[in-house]
Design a binder for this molecule. Structure first.
Ligand code: GAR
Length: 208
């Protein structure tokens, strides 16, 4: 059984997609041990609560420094002894100690086709605003392992989504979620639970 922690900051639609996929048997051999938010108002916590999944908030506001917050966060996370950490709209920069502790065991969903529209400053709606401003015709989403860079880790899965002429950033965000994020994030977790994802020479390799 793959034990996972899901880290969230906001609405939690990706968390919902993971919970639904577990219920539907699309993610097999996996259980969510805990959902952790940095933001007490995150609706994602309510979604977890409704499912009876353990959930909690660790807010940077409760700590005097970022170092103290990072330490408390990592200690809490470690206490659940999970196999995989899933960043599902988690907008906090992951500190190096956590990356080292969970090397190739943290995955993130990013709402673009990496290496486009990613890196510092590209998160949430800002990604889709950048896509529309540049006028690209295809965007999408990426699931990748987290390394020390921002959105630079080994790519596990990607899915393309068409950009429409009339799209607003919100409309595009919604379509990228529906057509790509809510599919490839559960799919990546299922592949990892089945032991089918390995990192070789800095690249994620999926076996059949
Ligand atoms: C999602 O679109 C996710 O890809 C994005 O935040 C949103 C969270 O939505 N993540 C990033 O931009 C990370 N750089 P959700 O809370 O409804 O899952």
């Amino acid at each position: 059984m793959l034990k996972i922690a899901v880290l969230v900051s906001g609405g939690g639609t990706n968390l919902q997609a993971i919970m639904d996929a577990i219920d539907a048997g699309k993610i097999k051999n996996t259980e969510i041990s805990v959902v952790i938010s940095n933001n007490a108002g995150a609706y994602a916590l309510t979604r977890a609560e409704k499912k009876g999944i353990e959930n909690l908030c660790i807010s940077p506001k409760s700590y005097e420094s970022r170092e103290e917050f990072n330490k408390a966060f990592l200690e809490k996370l470690n206490s659940y002894q999970v196999d995989l950490v899933v960043l599902a709209g988690f907008l906090v920069v992951i500190p190096p100690e956590m990356i080292a502790t969970y090397r190739n065991r943290i995955i993130n969903i990013h709402p673009s086709l990496i290496p486009s529209f990613c890196g510092t400053g590209y998160y949430g709606l800002k990604v889709h605003e950048g896509v529309l401003k540049r006028g690209v015709k295809v965007t999408g989403a990426t699931v990748h392992f987290v390394d020390e860079g921002t959105d630079t880790g080994p790519i596990i899965l990607q899915k393309a989504v068409e950009v429409r002429q009339q799209d607003t950033p919100k409309e595009l965000q919604q379509r990228v979620m529906e057509e790509a994020e809510w599919k490839i994030l559960p799919q990546a977790i299922d592949l990892i639970a089945a032991g089918k994802v390995q990192v070789i020479d800095g690249k994620a390799v999926i076996s059949e």
